[in-house]
Write a protein that binds this ligand. Sequence first.
Ligand code: NAP
Length: 260
Amino acid sequence: MPDTLNKKWQNVWITGGSTGIGRELVSLMDGHVAHIAVSARSAEKLSELADAGKTVAAYPLDVSDKAAVKTCVTDIEDAAGPIDLAVLNAGAWKLMDVAEMDLAAVRTGIEVNYMGVMYALDALLPGMLARGKGHIAIVASVAGYRGLPRSIAYGPTKAALINLAEILRTELGPRGITISVVNPGFVDTPMTRDNPFPMPGIIPAPVAARALLKGLVRERYEIVFPLGFVLLMKFLRILPNAVYFWLVRTIMMRGLDRGA
Ligand SMILES: NC(=O)c1ccc[n+]([C@@H]2O[C@H](COP(=O)([O-])OP(=O)(O)OC[C@H]3O[C@@H](n4cnc5c(N)ncnc54)[C@H](OP(=O)(O)O)[C@@H]3O)[C@@H](O)[C@H]2O)c1
């Protein structure tokens, strides 16, 4: 598959590429795409990636800074031409009991997970629309399918991204822009490493990145992994509310309380 990547994309931008799924995706694409711009806040980690990589360039960025996102996109396009694939993957997660709500963390979730994507769209879309082509992949989560316990600072932002992707697909598809929404189940990354509860079906980050890349190459609308766990979450989505809430109370809350 990597041999076909350079025919598909010349300039790829990956946010949240300093660790986890994003970092593994950068490694998979390295050397097979002419320019891979990688962003995150940890400038040092990005420099290491760029130094070790063949076609990786570091663009440190806080995605919740609107002006910085715009400047970053301009810098990437000045250096390597139009971005033809943007993987908007940066994300922030914090386990939180509603009774101990930390509004600052809720705001961070919204600013990074949702507004970070909106700022990127604002910077990317004028160019893509003018060219009548481009591919934007938004990394959401199966946590956006239904309201999950202790997910108040995260789930709603991912539900918003899933909804946003449907709007984008509807409006931008006919104008030549491909939209993908990526809904992972549990992946072993720094984000999940400290989770104090069982994570069914958890997969290593390199496996997740391979599934993500495969979906991108095929221009899939919804890219999911690992399939078994995602199917279970999709099943929960279609359950009547009463059954869903009963399951959450009897199974999920117990798992969470055991781990707490
Ligand atoms: N792991 C899972 O089980 C799982 C499941 C479903 C969805 N996801 C989603 O997958 C994506 C990648 O997560 P991951 O699991 O690979 O976790 P991760 O290793 O913690 O990666 C998160 C990335 O986002 C970056 N980031 C965080 N805040 C940022 C900000 N304000 N500006 C720019 N970059 C920022 C982090 O880098 P810096 O700290 O250097 O900025 C890091 O590169 C996230 O959107 C996450 O919500 C993960």
